[in-house]
Write a protein that binds this ligand. Structure first.
Ligand code: NDP
Length: 325
């Protein structure tokens, strides 16, 4: 465990294998860096919902690719797809079960790693399905400028909620207030007393907490939740690099305040993807939802980009561009 300082990675050049049948050949365009990938760097699978990476094999994760050649029905040369791919420039793929054909190309293709991909559906499911929002609810989002958080805040604003976000730098706080339209935002690193900070923005308490970080923030949020509040337990990134999880002092307040805290995994909600696209595409085209990406160029810069997530280097959704078309 511990914070990953650098990934021991190597770029290996290989001859492109022949597609002898039953495979698709792809050129990979964009890679997604996601916090859950930390759990795949560990041999222990306890509490994890994904397999560990295999040393000596390519890292895999969500990405966007173009099909160059296919001997599988359902895929043809030129198709654009998103889903689980290897961190490599070209891939021969046999198991296409996670791949989704991209139908809408009037938006940046990198969006399929973020707003139109896994983080987008996470924000959608987490807010609309798990939080049971009501107009006028007070909503708090942690890691609010990230891939998921920036959308949750905008969904909540469109729904008529009062929304406050926390983030780890002035630049991110400015984004929350001036680009994503949060009512208020604060830099949690500058607050001596998180309880006092939450009381400042929520004098009457929090109805909905969209939980991305866990640890001390969750503890202080529990003290500030209203009775019958809802917590969507989406992620707890403060804990991902610790040997022992931090103790939560105020956990019993879930009972005393009758709070519904519900964990969810986006993978269980794939069936909502068409409904999600129907909702989000018009919002993007009408400019009612905006999305910030942090795109680094080149496969060789991918490991540093992934590690940067755990110290908050990314501003917005972290993407790696390996090729542009
Ligand atoms: P982000 O784009 O928000 O990137 C991670 C951010 O987390 C960093 O930029 C940083 O922001 C913050 N962070 C990193 N380390 C710490 C720390 N030690 N303490 C506090 N904040 C930290 O990531 P995503 O939007 O992709 O993911 C957000 C959360 O959602 C994660 O917990 C992730 O695991 C979870 N998730 C869950 C899913 C599900 O199915 N349940 C699916 C997808 C994501 P800052 O500078 O503001 O601190």
């Amino acid at each position: 465990m511990g914070f990953p300082k650098h990934l021991t990675s190597a770029i290996i050049r290989l001859e492109l294998p022949k597609n002898d049948g039953g495979l698709i050949l792809t050129k990979n365009l964009y890679l997604s860096c996601d916090p859950y990938m930390r759990s795949r760097m560990s041999r222990s699978t306890e509490g994890s919902y994904v397999d560990s990476f295999t040393p000596g094999s390519p890292i895999s994760g969500n990405g966007v690719s173009r099909v160059l050649d296919s001997s599988l029905p359902g895929f043809k040369k030129g198709d654009l797809i998103w889903g689980v791919i290897n961190w490599e420039e070209y891939s021969l793929i046999k198991d296409t079960s996670s791949l989704i054909k991209i139908q809408h190309i009037d938006v940046p293709l990198s969006y399929y790693t973020g707003i139109l991909g896994m983080p987008g559906v996470t924000a959608y499911v987490g807010f609309y399905e798990i939080c049971s929002p009501k107009k006028g609810d007070t909503v708090f989002v942690s890691a609010a400028s990230g891939a998921v958080g920036q959308l949750v805040g905008q969904f909540a604003k469109l729904y008529g909620c009062y929304v406050v976000g926390s983030a780890g730098s002035k630049e991110k706080v400015d984004l929350l207030k001036n680009k994503f339209g949060f009512d208020e935002a604060f830099n949690y690193k500058e607050e001596q007393d998180l309880n006092a900070a939450l009381k400042r923005y929520f004098p009457n308490g929090i109805d909905i907490y969209f939980e991305n970080v866990g640890g001390k923030m969750l503890d202080e949020v529990l003290r500030n939740m209203r009775h019958h509040g809802r917590i969507a337990a989406c992620g707890m990134i403060t804990q991902y690099n610790l040997d022992q999880p931090e103790g939560i002092q105020n956990l019993f307040l879930i009972v005393a305040k009758r709070i519904r805290m519900e964990g969810f995994l986006v993978f269980d909600y794939c069936h909502l993807y068409p409904k999600f696209l129907e909702m989000i595409l018009p919002l993007i085209h009408e400019g009612k939802i905006t999305y910030v990406e942090d795109i680094v160029e080149g496969l060789e810069n991918a490991p540093a980009a992934l590690i940067g997530l755990y110290s908050g280097k990314n501003v917005g959704k972290q993407v790696v561009a390996i090729a542009h078309e």
